[in-house]
Write a protein that binds this ligand. Structure first.
Ligand code: SAH
Ligand code: SF4
Ligand code: F3S
Length: 477
């Protein structure tokens, strides 16, 4: 069974929020987010707590409270964060009572905590992802010069693997029509290159009732695009004791009344079931998009990565998904230059990418993470060879993306207008059901609405379209 933060502990946090609010008069807070959707979701909770504490949210390094929500997945992500933190020293000089907190995945690394304590003394505290629900207690402590703040700052923090789920935190969502809903936390997979399981602890699933309650709330608030989040959503429910798996949960979410689309990420191929694909196929509220990270097309590399599937079983899933959903949008993550990857291994990756024909890919050059098994492996491939492979992969994928995008031209699709555009004459952006980006023109009041869009042009990265005014009345109720 998953373990939960007790109501008494949450009550204590609420009390801390009230006490901070009582001494607050228009102070500001800035939550600066790096990394993946999990971090964005955590930031929305931290913003919710800061709002309850009376802070006015802003986008400035000069805010009274600055929280840097960090990512540790690759070295350059970390370096970027150290650059940002370094620059904050000037803001702190201008406002010595400013509170600076490093939160997120880097907060769970012992080496980062040491480095912050030693070389970035203007940072007041470090919070890891499993304890960010204690933010109110931390801020109150820092304001009052309480020893407890120093305790959160220096003790523990390096992730308790068996950490608990906190329910009932306030949330301040960044977009009215788009919501992240975490359904589980942590990861048990220990892919040999990846640091996430060390920083987010063991897998734990929220109870379905808590999830459904949140979904009903966001739908009632007018949200149209809901993404269920977890490092490995397919193993949802293994610990809740409810007997519901991820496909069952998705079906229940889709039963909630309202006009909205459900997305989810991330799926692990070893746990992706045909039942899940059938559930997607039979339910129009579930977006026709499957992000199924393959990492490599070489069975030898997949084994050393500890991924626990092979190219054949992966292709079987892809082919089944295409069979039951011919319009499925497929995306993936690939790591190039894993330790010991040979030219032959890499060619297997190219072969798989050609076979699948992904709509788009997230490609990464392997980055060594201390403490992971891959960091100990021989890595004779030169950086030049790695970047040559990386470029070849991108070139192949770009050609496939362009081809796939051109297939949309001339079609009319239902799309969700999701923001103001930044592309030439087009003032709005929208997303297709499968998540492809469309640039279009129209009234700003359409943001957050589903509209029919006639696709007129395609590039490697996006589509261009026009709102089909004739169909509009039929689509917009
Ligand atoms: N849980 C998700 C996402 C993990 S992080 C999943 O399993 O897919 C997102 C992506 O970052 C991974 O899919 C992987 O492609 C990449 N990644 C993780 N560790 C990496 C490393 N050490 N070097 C390069 N890329 C890495
Ligand atoms: Fe990392 Fe693998 Fe877990 Fe994804 S499934 S977070 S890649 S260990
Ligand atoms: Fe980065 Fe943490 Fe997400 S390491 S990718 S922010 S889980």
């Amino acid at each position: 069974m998953s373990k939960f933060v007790t109501e008494r502990e949450m009550e204590f946090q609420r009390e801390c929020m009230k006490r901070v609010a009582a001494r607050n008069n228009g102070q500001t807070a800035f939550v600066d987010t790096y990394g993946c959707q999990q971090n964005e979701a955590d930031s929305e909770r931290m913003s919710g707590m800061l709002t309850e504490m009376g802070y006015v949210l802003c986008n400035s390094d000069d805010a009274d409270v600055v929280i840097i929500n960090t990512c540790a997945v690759r070295e350059n992500a970390e370096n970027r964060v150290f650059g940002v933190i370094g620059r904050l020293v000037h803001a702190k000089r201008r406002n010595p009572s400013q509170i600076i907190i490093l939160a997120g995945c880097m907060g769970g690394e012992a080496s980062v905590r040491e480095k912050i304590k030693k070389s970035y003394r203007h940072v007041d505290a470090v919070l890891d992802t499993t304890s960010f629900w204690r933010l109110p207690e931390l801020i109150l402590g820092l304001l009052e010069g309480d020893e407890r703040a120093a305790e959160i700052n220096t003790v523990g923090g390096v992730v308790e693997p068996d950490s608990r789920i906190a329910e009932g935190m306030p949330v301040s969502r960044l977009y009215p029509h788009k919501a992240w809903v975490s359904i589980m936390y942590g990861c048990n997979n220990f892919c040999s290159y990846c640091i996430v399981p060390y920083l987010r602890g063991r897998e734990r699933s929220r109870n379905s009732e808590d999830i459904l309650k949140e979904i009903r709330e966001v739908v009632a608030d007018g949200c149209k695009d809901i993404t269920l989040l977890g490092q490995n959503v397919n193993s949802y429910g293994e610990m809740t004791g409810e007997g519901l798996d991820f496909a069952d949960l998705l079906a229940k979410v889709a039963e909630v009344d309202g006009d909205f689309l459900i997305r989810f990420m991330t799926s692990h191929p070893k746990d992706t079931s045909k039942k899940l694909l059938d559930t997607m196929a039979s339910n129009p509220k579930i977006a026709r998009h499957l992000h199924l990270p393959v990492q490599s097309g070489s069975d030898r590399i997949l084994k050393i990565m500890n991924r626990r599937y092979n190219a054949e079983s992966y292709m079987e899933l892809i082919n089944y998904a295409k069979k039951v959903m011919p319009d499925i949008v497929l995306t993936s993550d690939i790591i190039v230059g894993f330790p010991g990857e040979t030219e032959q291994d890499f060619e297997q990756t190219l072969k798989l990418v050609s076979e699948v024909e992904y709509d788009s890919l997230f490609t990464f050059i392997y980055s060594k993470r201390e403490g992971t098994p891959a960091a100990e492996m021989e890595d004779p491939t030169t950086p030049e060879e790695k970047s040559d492979r990386f470029n070849r992969l991108i070139e192949l994928q770009n050609a496939i993306s362009l081809k796939k995008h051109k297939e949309y031209v001339g079609k009319t699709l239902r799309a969700l207008v999701d923001g103001e555009g930044r592309q030439g004459d087009h003032n709005l952006s929208a997303r297709t059901n499968g998540g492809r980006l469309i640039h279009l023109s129209g009234d700003k009041s359409l943001i957050g609405e589903f509209v029919p869009v006639h696709i007129t042009q395609a590039t490697t990265w996006s589509l261009v379209g026009e709102i089909d005014k004739g169909l509009m009345n039929g689509v917009r109720k």
